[in-house]
Structures are given as structure tokens and as C-alpha cells.
Design a protein around this ligand. Structure first.
Ligand code: C2E
Ligand code: CA
Ligand code: CA
Length: 483
């Protein structure tokens, strides 16, 4: 049996009963057509329905559920340690693992449910014809149970639990997007509980996850429109002269007001939004250097915080050099601040990026020094210029007895030829102690809080003004404290 396309013609001037019938073999076209339909609706790795078929099935299921007065559930599934499987054993094993896991999940589902693959290690179950929410929870338990035993792949035995988030139709929404998003809330919650379990949208409501996801959504919009603010905090010398600035991002949230980084940086890191956001910060800081220069103000270095995630993959060094060129910023005016955790990740890619930046003349500082799990060996193996003593050590000098730690860090930095900044200097007493230890630079509320560019500009007039109460010498011009 094969497909043909048939055309039929009457022949003029001949017997009226005569026809010319042409049958053309279109087997190949039909094969291509069904292949296209398959590709448009099914995931090529697992053969499971993809997102578009899932949405279609959801719509049909809603119609049936309305008629029968039944409920539906969307279960968002994510593997807890799939990345580790991929990173350790490679993508081929990772793919095999996903295929076997998909088969296992499918084997515990009732006929009428749909299992779809909607992303790398993200799956969705559409649980159809439910009479109660409990039925769906049984399904979730069976799915989790199914992946509790190790899966043999080649000569390996791999195990990775799943987390499941559940949302119900019609309780949690009426269209697929909405219900899926709410199932994701549940999924985040399950992950936060440690993974290997399920959680429903309702349980996530009180857990702070909704705020995180809400912030993520508005961050996405802000990135498209560049709606962030960059504030600058002075870094001063022992004579309280402003020598440098640190750029600190703020996010004016439409509902929550001006947010400080601790509310949104981790959300940006987890969602990958830190990459476009980090580039915005770099462009804004370089653009500001250019603006101040055009206004005839003093050009002083700006330090920009860079997250570890910005180093993974991509070409951060290339991006930074391109941005500096675009705004005609000399490399000695830009410094990047890294955390110890990045240095400890110790990936060849990150280190190579650091060497490229260093070669381009950008200065590199280690932020919050002494708080991470660090190995001192990177201090001489990496092209570093500076250590920033974490503000917790500075602030507990008097009460908490961290003075010897601050002194030791200053000595260590000096011995390695690095420059030092003490952060979080709030009192005259801290200021005097730290200057006495030989630390070059200080930053903290004693001089100024971080402020918008306009409020900082007057510190950049040619006569290098002093901020805060002045130390002994009267020869330097005094500018009233910015606080
Ligand atoms: P950080 O790099 O340690 O930045 C210094 C933080 O200490 C700032 O908080 C600053 O306002 C605060 N601070 C400065 N002086 C004092 C003081 O005397 N006392 C006290 N109590 N605090 C002081 P902020 O602006 O909230 O930033 C928090 C963190 O967010 C930063 O810590 C940095 O890790 C991160 N961050 C800020 N901007 C960016 C950015 O553009 N990109 C990335 N990746 N991270 C950023
Ligand atoms: Ca910093
Ligand atoms: Ca810091």
C-alpha cells in the first residue's frame, strides 16, 4: 500500500466516457509531512509530546473536565541533580539518563495522563480526569518513587531524584500558562525543602517563593528597558580624600519600591538574568565615567561587582573590553570585584577570562575577603590587585575581637603586594585603628552611603575634596559629610 496523488482529465474530441487518470507516487512527501508533524509535536530525544502538543491536550482536557465536572492538575517536574550527571559523565550519558527516566515516569502514569518534555530536564504531567486532589498527590508520589532506584546506563548506575510542583484546574488558573507558572511555584518550594518531594502551589504561597518569582518577572521587564539605577559609594584614602567609587545596583520595583541587591541579586543569579543585568551595570558605569569626563570632572576608578555566574561560559573579558572601547574608558579606570567563591570554582574558563582582563589592564579585586571557603593558594596564582576586607570583620573589631584578623589580612595583602580596602567603616574609632594598621583605602558610612551619580558629582571636582569629619591635618579642603 502506498500514497498516490490522483488527477483525472477528460480528453477533448474523444469518447466522452474516456478519462486520463494520472496517479503520482507521493509516498516520500507523505513521509516528510508526518515527520514534520511529529517534529512539531514531539520531543526528538524522548519521543514524548513537547510543549505545543501539551498545550493542545490541556485545552482538550479542559473541555472534557468542564463537561464531566472533573478536575485537572499540572505537575511540573525537575531533576534535582541532572546538571551533575551531565557535567560528570557528559551529554551522551545525560541524554540516555533522560530517556530511561522518561520511560520510568511514563510507566507509572495512568493511560489518560500526558507526560511531556518542556525543557532540558524539565517535564510536565497533565493529570486528566481527577475526582479529587488526593488522586493527583498519589500520582506525584508514584512519580517520585519511580526514580528512587538507580538507573543503569552503560556500565554506570545513576540516580537523581525529582521534585514535583502541583497546581490545579480550575482552582489555580484557567489557561495553561498560568497553571504551569503556579505549578513552578510549587516546584521551587519542593526544591527548597531539599528536593525529592512534591509541593503544591498553595503550600508555596507563604514561603517567600512567590516574592522571588515576582521579582524575577519584574527583573525580566526591567532588563528589557534598562530600568535599574546605579549608585556610587566613595572609597577614601587615609586623608579622607575620595579616590575611587564602588558601583552598587538598585532596582526600582514598580510595587515594592527601591530594592537593595540582597533582595534581587540571588534571584538574578538563579535565573541567569545576572548576565544581561551585569552587562547593563558595566555599560552604565563606563557611560558615567565618560559623562563625568565630558563635564570636566575628575576621572577616578569605578569598581564594579561581578558575579561568578557572569564568568561561566560566554566571553566576559571580550564584553568588558568592547564596552570600555565604546565609552573610551581607559582600563585603569575600571576595576572588577569578584567573590572568593568564583576563585574557588577554579574552572579553566574563568581563570582564562581573568588573565585576559588583567592583560587588558583592568584591575581585579577580591570582595568580602575572609568570608568564603578560600584557599590562600589562589592569592599568588591569580592576577589579583586588591583585597577588600569584609565589613563583618571591620564592624566587630571592638565588640567581637576581630582586630587581629583585620591586622593579619592587611599584613597578608601587603606581603603579597596587593592594595587593601576596608569596607563598612562606620566610626572614627574604626577609621583610626585601620589606618594605623597600614590599610590604604577605606569605604563605609563614615564617609558616605552609596548615592546616585548626581549626588556624587560634587566630589569629583578637581581639588579632590574630603568627605566626613577631617583627620588632624587642616590643609585639605573640607566638604561636609554626605550623611
Ligand atoms: P558588597 O560588594 O560587599 O558591597 C558593599 C555593601 O556594603 C553595599 O550594600 C553597601 O551599601 C554596604 N555598605 C557600605 N558601607 C557600609 C557601612 O559602613 N556599613 C554597612 N552596614 N554597610 C555598608 P549593597 O549596596 O546593599 O550591596 C550588597 C551587595 O550586593 C554587594 O556587596 C554586592 O555583593 C552585591 N551587588 C551590588 N551591586 C551589584 C552588581 O552590580 N552586580 C553584582 N553582581 N552584585 C552586586
Ligand atoms: Ca563589592
Ligand atoms: Ca564586600
Amino acid at each position: 500500500v502506498f500514497w498516490v496523488e490522483v488527477t483525472c482529465h477528460s480528453l477533448s474530441g474523444s469518447d466522452p466516457n474516456m478519462r486520463l487518470v494520472v496517479a503520482k507516487d507521493v509516498n516520500e512527501q507523505m513521509r516528510l509531512h508526518s515527520e514534520m508533524v511529529r517534529r512539531a509535536n514531539y520531543d526528538s530525544l524522548t519521543g514524548l509530546p513537547n510543549r505545543s502538543l501539551l498545550v493542545d491536550r490541556f485545552r482538550q482536557a479542559v473541555e472534557r473536565a468542564l463537561e464531566a465536572g472533573q478536575r485537572l492538575a499540572v505537575l511540573a517536574i525537575d531533576f534535582d541533580r541532572f546538571k551533575q550527571v551531565n557535567d560528570t559523565f557528559g551529554h551522551q550519558i545525560g541524554d540516555e539518563f533522560l530517556k530511561s527516566s522518561a520511560r520510568k515516569l511514563l510507566s507509572v502514569l495512568p493511560e489518560c495522563d500526558t507526560l511531556a518534555r518542556v525543557g532540558g530536564d524539565e517535564f510536565v504531567v497533565l493529570a486528566d480526569c481527577l475526582d479529587s486532589n488526593e488522586e493527583c498527590i498519589e500520582v506525584a508520589d508514584r512519580l517520585i518513587e519511580a526514580l528512587n532506584a538507580p538507573i543503569p546506563i552503560q556500565d554506570l548506575s545513576l540516580q537523581s531524584s525529582i521534585s514535583v510542583g502541583i497546581a490545579f484546574y480550575p482552582d489555580h488558573g484557567t489557561d495553561f500558562e498560568e497553571i504551569h507558572r503556579r505549578a513552578d511555584f510549587g516546584l521551587y518550594h519542593a526544591k527548597r525543602l531539599g528536593g525529592g518531594c512534591w509541593s503544591s502551589y498553595s503550600q508555596s504561597e507563604t514561603s517567600g517563593i512567590q516574592e522571588a518569582l515576582e521579582i524575577e518577572r519584574s527583573l525580566r521587564q526591567a532588563i528589557e528597558t534598562g530600568r535599574f539605577e546605579l549608585h556610587y559609594q566613595p572609597i577614601c584614602s587615609a586623608r579622607k580624600e575620595v579616590r575611587e567609587l564602588e558601583a552598587l545596583i538598585r532596582f526600582p520595583h514598580p510595587k515594592l519600591g527601591l530594592l537593595l541587591p540582597d533582595r534581587f541579586i540571588s534571584v538574578a543569579e538563579e535565573s541567569g538574568l545576572i548576565i544581561p543585568m551585569g552587562l547593563w551595570v558595566l555599560r552604565e558605569a563606563c557611560g558615567q565615567i565618560k559623562k563625568w569626563r565630558e563635564q570636566g570632572l575628575r576621572a577616578i576608578p569605578i569598581a564594579v561587582n561581578v558575579s561568578a555566574a557572569q564568568f561561566r561560559g560566554g566571553d566576559l573579558a571580550g564584553d568588558i573590553t568592547a564596552i570600555m572601547a565604546e565609552f573610551e574608558v581607559q582600563p585603569e579606570l575600571l576595576e572588577i570585584e569578584l567573590t572568593e567563591s568564583l576563585l574557588m570554582e577554579n574552572t579553566e574558563h574563568s581563570w582564562q577570562q581573568l588573565r585576559l582582563l588583567k592583560a587588558a589592564g583592568v584591575r581585579i579585586g577580591v570582595d568580602d575577603f575572609g568570608t568564603g571557603y578560600s584557599s590562600l593558594s589562589y592569592l599568588h596564582r591569580l592576577p589579583l590587585d586588591r583585597l577588600k576586607i569584609d565589613r563583618s570583620f571591620v564592624q566587630e573589631m571592638t565588640a567581637g575581637g576581630t582586630k587581629p584578623i583585620v591586622r593579619a589580612i592587611v599584613e597578608l595583602g601587603k606581603a603579597l603586594g596587593l592594595s587593601m580596602i576596608a569596607e563598612g567603616v562606620e566610626t572614627e574609632e574604626q577609621f583610626r585603628e585601620i589606618v594605623g594598621m597600614g590599610c590604604d583605602l577605606l569605604q563605609g558610612f563614615l564617609f558616605s552611603t552609596p548615592k546616585p551619580a548626581e549626588a556624587i558629582a560634587h566630589l569629583l571636582t578637581r581639588d579632590s575634596p574630603v568627605v566626613g569629619p577631617i583627620p588632624n591635618s587642616q590643609s585639605v579642603p573640607i566638604v561636609e559629610s554626605l550623611l
